[in-house]
Ligand binder design. Structure first.
Ligand SMILES: [Zn+2]
Length: 290
C-alpha cells in the first residue's frame, strides 16, 4: 500500500499535470467502487474544473469547482496514472509505448477524461480502492478523514504534539507508528526505516519510551519521510507514480525486506524479521535496543 511519500509524490504530479483541467466524462467497468451510485458520482463531477489536489493521510483529495470534492484512497493495488488511452474492445490501451503501456494497462477500472486527450486512469488489480464525491461542507465529517491523525510533515507539527499522541497509546512502537489515528501516512516500509534510523526495537513499548528515545523517533520520522518524497517513494511491491514509473527509495532503504542481509552502515549484524500484529518488522537486533 502506498504510504505518505508515495501519495505525496502522486499529489505533486497531479497538481503539475491535471490542475485546472475540466472533467468532461468519467467511465468505469466496476460501479461497486462508488458507494451510492456511479450515475450520481458522474452527475456530481462532470463539467467541473479541478482545483488544488492535496493529501490527508493516504487519501488524495481533489478540490472541484462548485464546492465539490473527490476523495480517492488507492488501497493495496491502486495506481493513479496520467496519460492518454484508447478504448479497444472494452479495454483501455495506452496511446503510446512506455511505462503506461506495461502491466498496469489491463487493470484500468476508472477513467477520468479531460479535454485534449488528457486522462486520469485508476488501474487497480484487486479493486479495493475507494472513490467518493462529496460537498465541501460535508467533507470534514466524512468517516474516512475525521479520525485521521495529524500529518507528521505538517509545518506546525512539533515534538510536543508527537509525544502526546504516542504516549496516549500502548503496545509495540512499530504498531503505534502505523496507527493512522496517531500520526497519518506511515505504514510498514517507513515504520521499519524510521525505527532503524532511531535505533529503536520495533517491539519496544510506546508507553515506556524516554523523552530522548521519542525525540530520536520524531526526528527520524521527518528525515526519512522527506528523503523518501525526494526519491519519489518506494516500489518494492507495486507502487508506481503517475507516469507508471518506479520510485527510487527502494535502493536507499536500509532494512525493509532485507532479512538476512548485513546491518548497513552500523554494526554488521544480520537484519531479522518478526511478525507484529500480522505485519512484518525488519530490524537489526544488535543495534535496535528494546
Ligand atoms: Zn545493527
Amino acid at each position: 500500500m502506498p504510504e505518505l511519500p508515495e501519495v505525496q509524490t502522486i499529489v505533486n504530479d497531479l497538481n503539475r499535470k491535471i490542475k485546472g483541467l475540466t472533467i468532461t466524462d468519467v467511465w468505469t467497468d466496476w460501479p461497486k467502487y462508488f458507494r451510492c451510485s456511479f450515475g450520481n458520482f458522474k452527475k456530481t463531477i462532470v463539467g467541473r474544473k479541478i482545483g488544488k489536489i492535496r493529501r490527508i493521510g493516504k487519501n488524495i483529495i481533489f478540490d472541484l469547482s462548485g464546492g465539490k470534492e473527490i476523495l480517492i484512497h488507492q488501497k493495496m493495488t491502486g495506481h493513479l496514472l496520467v496519460g492518454s488511452w484508447i478504448m479497444d474492445r472494452g479495454k483501455w490501451i495506452a496511446a503510446k509505448k512506455g511505462p503506461l503501456a506495461e502491466k498496469v494497462n489491463g487493470y484500468i477500472h476508472v477513467m477520468f477524461i479531460f479535454g485534449g486527450n488528457n486522462m486520469l486512469a485508476l488501474s487497480d488489480l484487486r479493486k479495493f480502492a475507494k472513490i467518493l464525491a462529496v460537498d465541501k461542507k460535508d467533507f470534514e465529517n466524512l468517516e474516512d478523514v475525521k479520525n485521521i491523525g495529524p500529518d507528521p510533515l505538517a509545518a506546525g507539527f512539533n515534538f510536543g504534539d508527537f509525544k502526546n499522541l504516542i504516549m496516549k497509546k500502548r503496545g509495540p512502537i512499530k504498531k503505534v507508528l502505523m496507527d493512522q489515528s496517531v500520526v497519518s501516512g506511515i505504514g510498514n516500509i517507513y515504520s521499519d526505516e524510521i525505527l532503524f534510523a532511531a535505533k529503536m526495537h520495533p517491539l519496544k513499548k510506546a508507553e515506556k519510551l524516554s523523552d530522548k528515545e521519542l525525540r530520536a523517533i520524531f526526528s527520524a520520522t521527518k528525515k526519512i519521510l522527506k528523503k523518501a518524497i525526494k526519491l519519489r517513494g518506494t516500489s518494492i511491491s507495486d507502487y508506481r507514480d503517475t507516469a507508471g514509473k518506479s520510485g527510487c527509495y527502494s535502493e536507499a532503504r536500509l532494512v525493509y525486506r532485507k532479512e538476512g542481509e548485513r546491518c548497513p552502515m552500523r554494526c554488521g549484524g544480520k537484519i531479522k524479521r518478526l511478525k507484529i500484529g500480522g505485519r512484518s518488522a525488519h530490524f537489526c537486533p544488535s543495534c535496535q535496543k528494546i
